[in-house]
Design a protein around this ligand. Structure first.
Ligand SMILES: Cc1ncc(C[n+]2csc(CCOP(=O)(O)OP(=O)(O)O)c2C)c(N)n1
Length: 672
């Protein structure tokens, strides 16, 4: 806080106005918030905007002159060969069972038993014992990220790209708290992570010891489960349980807190072959009666729709979903995390649904008579107004998590079970449907309301992403950040395969893409790994350029620089009268920054350069490559269903269609 004469004067005025406002007129919560701060004498706030606080920034826009300022805060080598041959140790090499060893050795040997070959982390005082053991273990590589947030996102990128759990090791106190955003992100997106944190010695726990933090308490609501190890004899069992819980049922992050004395204490190492946990028994097989009921309802359907989500990918059930859609002749609408389950080139594919989904996928939701939600959770970005979501349809919901059933939207046929198991049965029971009229109607919608953007001499992110899709033909792993570039990536890339689209969906964490791309590149080298970020998001974990560069990871880093926190700016344009409070953002010279990290870099400013630049970047295999695309500043993501609303309120692209298409004649009841 600063106390100057001017600020004191301003505070007096604001205090007075605050009292007046309180007595005389109603003001918004946003204004009350700011006026309370002013009354408290606050004259400087450090922060970052977001959709939920855009109203506060709108108020700040007016009182910037009155000196309340919103200041934006800024927040071992692995060879290609090694990545190709992710080594799982042979039992002969690693038979340490029955030996007496320290907790630190037990920790490392337990990871070996779990088949872990890569660990993302950062050392610290309480972890030195573990890092000492790691030095002699050749088949687990510890990747030294430049921030523990980077480590958790990297582990998530690795997990999503490979289907294996991501593993993180962070020290106590600040190391542990730095993992919190990544853990919350993995929790929201159901990604299997096992996060190990160091802790102060057990006798000091609760004493406010140096670098002590109650990470078990902090992460309780954002982990599937967490543990504090209080007895070295329990260490191996706890690690076994952590991997089991993280990877089974609805996957998610599990945290294990390791006090320093537990790592130093000794016991006999015995790693359990399997584990049974009281009160944790995920249901894999769906109830056969419910599956029959679903098949019966589907047999009556004239306008079926599959709504598929990330659960299909976790369950490795893309083939089963494709088989179901093809057998039923049912169109497929996909969530952000479901992209890749069904090839977008297919006639039955409708692309993404929801807030920035295609016009026709949202229309199909509105008009379908049976909706089959598969591994999807009726998230509010998908449903908009829950009351009106698929209001004409009977709803079938297949999900492994019983708590996801009828949580947001009441369904007619819940089927709790693993998607792959359930679909095996359902696919045998269903019969092909007569959906010609329905598909013809959808084709008309596709022609009348395609995804589109302006084609002129200016460079647009949509064009870059569309070209990337064409050039790679969908054979790439794309890791997107959060904001407009994320939505354009979802809309315009040519999705073909599962596990090729990695993004932060539930939490929407800016800064996710760079470290997650790094993790994906450690796990996969069969396809090019491409990070697509906005200029804001890149600056949130930019330090991971060092890790990527040091490890010579062939990640292609594409930054769409529009000089704005674009998605929030778009909300300000649409809903806050274009008052761009705190959304203009400056960046360093990204090309120079990348070069300083030892990464070849270039800037692209016109559409004419895009194709050759992408082709050259794809050819470059020696390490990372960085391209900054200077794109149009004020561009919007279309279509958009404003939060909590319906297809009736959809804002479609203002761009005219290039050709005349069929009319709306055949629509069942026109909306929007
Ligand atoms: C950590 C974090 N802080 C704030 C936000 C709110 N937010 C969502 S999108 C966005 C703008 C992103 O800007 P940029 O990275 O430049 O991408 P663009 O939207 O311009 O493509 C912001 C600030 C967020 N999602 N995550």
């Amino acid at each position: 806080m600063r106390f100057g004469k001017k600020a004191a004067g301003m505070r007096k005025v604001l205090r007075k106005s605050y009292k007046q406002q309180q007595q005389k007129e109603e003001i918004t919560g946003y204004e009350i918030f700011i006026r309370c701060l002013a009354a408290e004498g606050v004259d400087i706030i450090f922060g970052y905007p977001g959709a939920s606080i855009v109203g506060i920034h709108d108020v700040l826009y007016d009182i910037e002159a009155a000196k309340i300022k919103d200041i934006k805060t800024e927040e071992g080598t692995i060879s290609n060969n090694r990545r190709n041959n992710a080594m799982t140790p042979t039992k002969a090499q690693d038979n340490h069972q029955g030996k007496t060893m320290t907790g630190a050795e037990i920790f490392v040997r337990s990871l070996v038993e779990e088949g872990v070959d890569i660990l993302f982390g950062y050392p610290g005082g309480v972890l030195i014992g573990i890092h000492d053991v790691l030095l002699d273990v050749t088949h687990i590589k510890h990747i030294l990220t430049r921030h523990e947030q980077g480590a958790t996102h990297a582990a998530e990128g690795y997990a999503k790209a490979t289907g294996k759990p991501g593993v993180v090791l962070a020290t106590s106190g600040p190391g542990a708290t730095n993992t919190v955003t990544g853990i919350a992100n993995a929790y929201m997106d159901s990604v299997p992570l096992v996060v190990f944190t160091g802790q102060v010695v057990t006798k000091l726990i609760g004493n406010d010891a140096f670098q002590e933090v109650d990470i078990v308490g902090i992460t309780r609501p954002i982990t599937k489960h967490n543990f504090l190890v209080k007895d070295v004899n329990e260490l191996a069992n706890t690690i076994k349980a952590a991997f089991y819980i993280a990877t089974t049922g609805r996957p998610g992050p599990v945290l294990v807190d390791l006090p320093k004395d537990m790592l130093a204490a000794k016991t006999v190492f015995e790693y359990p072959k399997s584990i049974t946990l009281r009160s944790y028994h995920p249901t894999l097989e769906g109830n056969i009666k419910q599956i029959k009921k679903a098949a019966e309802i589907l047999s009556q359907s004239k306008r079926p729709l599959l709504y598929v989500g990330g659960g299909v990918i976790s369950s490795n059930a893309s083939a089963e979903v494709r088989a179901l859609a093809d057998k039923l002749r049912a169109p497929v609408a996909t969530t952000l995390h479901g992209l890749g389950v069904y090839p977008e080139q297919s006639k039955l594919a409708l692309g993404m649904l929801g807030m920035h989904g295609t016009w026709y996928s949202n229309m199909a939701v509105d008009q379908c008579d049976v909706l089959v939600a598969i591994g999807a959770r009726f998230d509010d970005r998908v449903t908009g107004n829950v009351e009106k979501f698929a209001e004409n349809a009977k709803k079938i919901h297949i999900d492994i998590d019983p708590s996801a059933i009828s949580k947001n939207v009441q369904v007619d046929v819940p089927i709790v079970g693993d998607v792959k198991h359930v679909l095996k049965h359902l696919n045998e029971m269903v019969k092909p449907l007569e959906t010609k009229d329905w598909l013809r109607l959808i084709d008309e919608w596709k022609a009348e309301h395609p995804l589109r953007y302006k084609h002129d001499e200016l460079l647009r992110a949509q064009y870059v992403i569309q070209k990337l899709g064409e050039i790679t033909d969908g054979d790439a792993i794309i890791i997107s950040d959060v904001g407009q570039s994320q939505m354009w990536t979802a809309q315009f890339f040519k999705w073909k395969h599962p596990r090729t689209h990695i993004t932060s969906g539930g939490l929407g964490t800016m800064g996710f893409s760079l470290p997650a791309a790094m993790g994906a590149a450690f796990g996969r080298n069969d396809l090019p790994v491409i990070c697509i970020s906005g200029d804001g998001g890149l600056q949130m974990n930019i330090q991971e350029l060092a890790t990527i560069s040091y490890n010579k990871l062939p990640v292609k880093i594409f930054v769409m620089n529009n000089g704005y926190l674009g998605m929030v700016r778009q909300w300000q344009e649409f809903f806050w009268k274009k008052r761009y409070s705190s959304t203009r953002i400056t960046s360093p010279d990204f090309v120079k920054v990348a070069e300083a990290y030892g990464i070849p870099a270039q800037r692209v400013t016109s559409p004419a350069e895009v194709e050759s630049t992408i082709k050259n970047a794809l050819k470059y295999k020696a390490g990372p490559i960085f391209v900054e695309f200077t794109v149009v500043k004020e561009e919007n993501v279309y279509p958009m269903i404003p939060a909590g609303q319906t297809i009736g309120e959809i804002i479609d692209s203002p761009e005219p269609l290039e050709q005349k298409h069929a009319t709306h004649k055949t629509m069942i009841h026109a909306k929007g």
